[in-house]
Design a protein around this ligand. Sequence first.
Ligand code: ARG
Ligand code: ZN
Length: 878
Amino acid sequence: MSAPQPIHLHDYQLPAYRVTHTELKFDLSPSATRVVARLHLERHSERQEDNLPLVLNGEHLKLLRVAIDGQELGAGEYSVDAETLTIFEVPQRFLLDTEVEIAPESNTALEGLYLSNGMFCTQCEAEGFRRITYYPDRPDVMATFSTTVIGDAASLPVLLSNGNPVERGELPNGRHFVTWEDPFPKPCYLFALVAGDLEKVEDRFTTMSGRDVTLQIWVEKENLDKTDHAMASLKRAMKWDEDTYGREYDLDLFMIVAVNDFNMGAMENKGLNIFNSAAVLTHPLTATDAAFQRVEGIVAHEYFHNWSGNRVTCRDWFQLSLKEGFTVFRDQSFSADTNSAPVKRIEDVSFFRTAQFAEDAGPTAHPVRPDHYIEISNFYTLTIYEKGAEVVRMLRNLLGWEAFRKGTDLYFSRFDGQAVTIEDFVGCMHEVSGQDLSQFMSWYSQAGTPEIDANGHYDYAKSEYHLTLRQRTPATPDQHEKLPLHIPIRLGLVGTKSGDDLEMTLDGETLGKDAVIHLREEEQNFVFTGIAEAPVPSLLRGFSAPVKLRFPYGREDLAFLLQHDSDGFNRWDAGQRLAMLALDDLIAAHRNGVEKVMDVRVVDAFRTLLTAKVDDKAVLAEMLTLPSEAYIAEQQPVVDVDAIHAARTFVKQSLAVALRDEFMAVYGDHQSDVSYAPEPGQIADRALKNVALSYLMSIEDEEAVALTQQQFEADHNMTDVRAALTLLTHSSRSDLADPALKAFGEKWAHDSLVMDQWFSIQVTRPQPDVLERLKFLMQHPAFSLKNPNKVRALIGTFASQNRVNFHRIDGEGYQLLADVVIELNKLNPEIAARIITPLTRWQRFDETRQALMKAELERIRAEELSPNVYEVVEKALA
Ligand code: ARG
Ligand code: ZN
């Protein structure tokens, strides 16, 4: 087999033919579904000499018939290979009829048309449509669709596709059909079909121009009681997009369907969003607060795509962040407006700095707009999504909201119905603001995380504060030279006497107390004048750019900012930095075999947090949360998993011992038996209470053990139950862990999404027996390698969150992951290529682990690989 070849952005060419209208007819059967397609085709060029052959994509299809304008083609007139159908000569304008057979039941890749729990469903983004029928499967070919779905009336009573149902009826042999018409031209990646035994909940929404839209959520019957939150979220998202971006929904019907087997979170198919059931279904007894918030965010995300993605789509897949980065920015803003804005920002940034920074520093680093790829499914990444969102956020901040909104209005109106590029988007921003964004464009083309070294000093005599900023972006695998970026740095200078933000003047210009300065050169000096008292700088407020910023803060400075910074995000970040300094010392002590001593300044800072009456309890809960092991690892030159674990555990236990009564008081004060609602006040109380309990349980305080067991048994809501079960499971006492796990596992055996949580909780256990437990759980009847949620819950959670055990020095953790990757490579290449990630980060570890991890990657490489796994493994071993 020849090695898969990359495709390049600079090779982009307009399609030779366009499809103006697509007619599809599906005759559904698990083993042999017939797909009849009629494409209305037109050559782009009018010139006869441009009469290029028509090349259509198609994979895993059995071609039964091909005809042009009703004339069946003979053997010499076309050719078929594993990836294409080529017709040598075609007229200027014509109808192409094809008929193919496909086997949804053997589709374990979950791309194209597949079966999930007996129900037919599709996933076409990015290149799944070519597994359904022969088609120009590229986003710049946009057509209206008319789709007839035929199925068995008894087993498949519900037949759905995009747009509006226009006809339905009975057919012989107990079959029936529904015909759907989607009037909006769309690329085929937005096509969807669902057929199954489903039930719906229905609601309505009146749009800003007074149009009445029917909203439906389709689920399996037993899940009808788990749709309220998704429906409420959908209505809030529809209203928010009208109020915030002036975007109105455009069809009479909007449907969401929940499916159990799904590679990602959800998919924005026009009028028919298909969701991983984990991203729709919630119930107070089965879903945590975090899950409720995730559902709200994903429902909004997919809905927002109706404009940022569907009405205006991507010219090619290199532009993926055009829709994903922008839409993530939109959903983040929505969630911030609906819940606690500072907490949303803290959560997003702390995830970003852990996971996206690691991606940007690893072998698969790529720009927000990649310039080549082998397999596009590998590029649904944190860089495309989250860094892309940070880049859009910087644009919003550079322009200010009003100009940015003018820019989005222009973008949506100018490019409605078109497939466009990132230049088109940024061009609108330039046009409405007059700002020069040419240097800014490098954010899209340059991979890697910029590092800023900041230094400052106060000149008493002149009342000046001097700030020096130096930027550098480390080399990434295929980019060695890096250009200086345009980096907006939001900052304040906090007076050490007053504790207030000081008025800033720069180059004679008054900036105010909170301002943005622009770093464009490799190094720049900023002199702030009229600074009456010595300040501590509060830099990169709100994480104003996706960079690493170092400043030689003393611990007193950080304790000061933790109390006085007017920016909630930086107040939290000061606490994280303070904890990191203490952790660094303890990691060194552990490595050197020196006795560990807790830094009293951290204890004092925590005492102040616990006893002061902080009004934002959600932020307080975040402040009391220590940096994760993964985040700490990101800060180390060579990751020492054992030292990190030991140091973090030591800090946690020391704080628990020193502040036992304070934690106990916080726990007691935030107990409540009001009926569950996923609203910010309650969520904050639960977060705070459960953080306090986790400290107390780290020392297995007797009273805390009793409280944890009570909380578990009270079964008030999944947030509290899961928090308690996790603490019991993580304790060293098997008399606590085992009975609780058993009770929970039996109680929820019927609920697949709760069982996912049961799997995850067990494999995050720090004790060394976890690998044996994991192997045992892989044999559990509820586990299946074919279900991505199960793979993520058990294998993904273990490899990414149980760092001490995954990185066991005997290499057993690595071996287990490689075994799973080898199996999944055959079943579901997209999931295989994702789950492998922790192994690709081998460069970060000591030599022994490096060798073990590389040996597993080599073992995988020796297999016959899907393009997905091939691309990742090749990069990891390059
Ligand atoms: N567009 C979907 C979303 O909003 C994700 C689709 C992912 N598809 C894939 N093959 N990975 O996030
Ligand atoms: Zn998306």
